[in-house]
Design a protein around this ligand. Structure first.
Ligand code: ATP
Length: 356
């Protein structure tokens, strides 16, 4: 059956890198149909909304979504994909490809997966004036015995972890570690929190991971605090297999880890829920290079690899990943972020050539 894909470029370099991925996918003659509805800044200008009805309907009917990036004005699209479609598991593979410039001395063999909880924590943005908390929770005291009123004027942000949210992401990470183990990886889950300070919220996350891992006796388990983990990712990147962590920690650690594989231009991601999934580069809209035709489309193309894998087209996913690998191994077509002079279109063409 033909799979329905919707491509939502969004803003900045989003449309440039998503177009590149779409061209590559279309060159492969797959059983997929790709729709490209208007969205983002262009849709705001034309329809007064970043996510017009047509784009939303196509998204709701899709088997998978290829997404670019959004600026603040279009952030509703991202909120819809993430919270509206409940795509709670953000997978960010960190994998080094031969020939890619990286600041690491011996990057060959770096291959691990960050599983970031995508729906809870701080990012739903429950913020406001401290005076509101002082009024609603007059008896609440922090660890120092202070009430919200004691702080004076200021703002708050609330970080929420639910039992369900912790359980489903822990299970997702364990399933991924199991899948990877079957392919020859160590079969290890590393849980990352700051439970020594955030004893309730991070404590729940850690405790839940420790409970869930008991159902996977074939897997190894370890836990590190997030500050220690930032250091370990750089120092011992080849010790990692599957890292599971909460929303903001995962966001930060994955940008850091992306440098191991050559930077943001390289790093793909998948956001998966029970019914929907969208695939996007780890990078944002990169307004500093938007419209110049020099964005590196690798992260978007590798996100398509994750999408093909999700859709069950494993051989095709491997074929596409191998084409990207071959371009870097040859090292002739590199975009400026990789130290070359190639345009987005040159890189895209080079990948398509390798697929022939
Ligand atoms: P967001 O907050 O939306 O994640 P950001 O502000 O963190 O975005 P990015 O848009 O990801 O930042 O860009 C960070 C830097 O990386 C910028 O200098 C940008 O030019 C560069 N960059 C990001 N993506 C690419 C890419 N695909 N090709 C080349 N350079 C990139």
């Amino acid at each position: 059956m033909v799979k329905k894909i919707v491509a939502l470029g969004g803003d900045g370099i989003g449309p440039e890198v998503v177009d590149a991925a779409v061209q590559v996918l279309e060159s492969m003659g797959l059983d997929i149909e790709i729709q490209k509805p208007l969205c983002g800044e262009v849709a705001i200008k034309r329809f007064g909304t970043p996510f017009p009805k047509e784009a939303m309907e196509l998204t709701n009917e899709s088997d998978a979504i290829l997404f670019g990036a959004t600026e603040q004005a279009s952030v509703f699209i991202l909120a819809y994909l993430r919270w509206g479609l409940d795509t709670y598991a953000n997978l960010r593979p960190i994998k080094y490809y031969e020939g890619v410039p990286t600041p690491i001395k011996d990057p060959e063999g770096i291959d691990f997966l960050i599983v970031r909880e995508n729906s809870e924590g701080l990012y739903p943005g429950r913020e406001g004036d401290l005076s509101l908390l002082a009024e609603k929770l007059p008896d609440y005291r922090d660890r120092l015995g202070k009430s919200f009123a004691d702080y004076g004027p200021g703002k708050f942000a609330i970080r929420v972890f639910t039992n369900k949210g912790c359980q489903r992401i822990a299970k997702f990470a364990c399933e991924k570690a199991r899948e990877r183990k079957a392919k020859g990886f160590p079969g290890k889950v590393t849980c990352v929190t700051k439970s020594n300070v955030l004893r309730e919220s991070c404590g729940l996350f850690q405790k839940t991971c420790e409970e869930v891992i008991k159902n996977y006796p074939e897997l190894k388990y370890e836990h590190f605090y997030v500050d220690d983990m930032a250091r370990r990712i750089i120092r011992f990147p080849k010790d990692m297999d599957v890292i599971v962590t909460s929303n903001m920690f995962g966001d930060i650690l994955s940008d850091l880890a992306a440098e191991l594989m050559g930077g943001l231009g390289m790093a793909p991601s998948a956001c998966i829920g029970d019914k929907y999934a969208y695939f996007e580069p780890v990078h944002g809209s990169a307004p500093d290079i938007a419209g110049k035709g020099i964005a590196n489309p690798t992260a978007s193309i590798l996100s398509s690899v994750l999408m093909l894998d999700y859709l069950g087209m494993k051989d095709k996913a491997e074929e596409l990943e191998n084409a990207v690998k071959a371009v870097y191994k040859e090292g002739k077509v590199l975009t400026p972020d990789m130290g070359g002079k190639a345009k987005t279109t040159d890189f895209t063409r080079a990948v398509i050539e390798k697929l022939k």
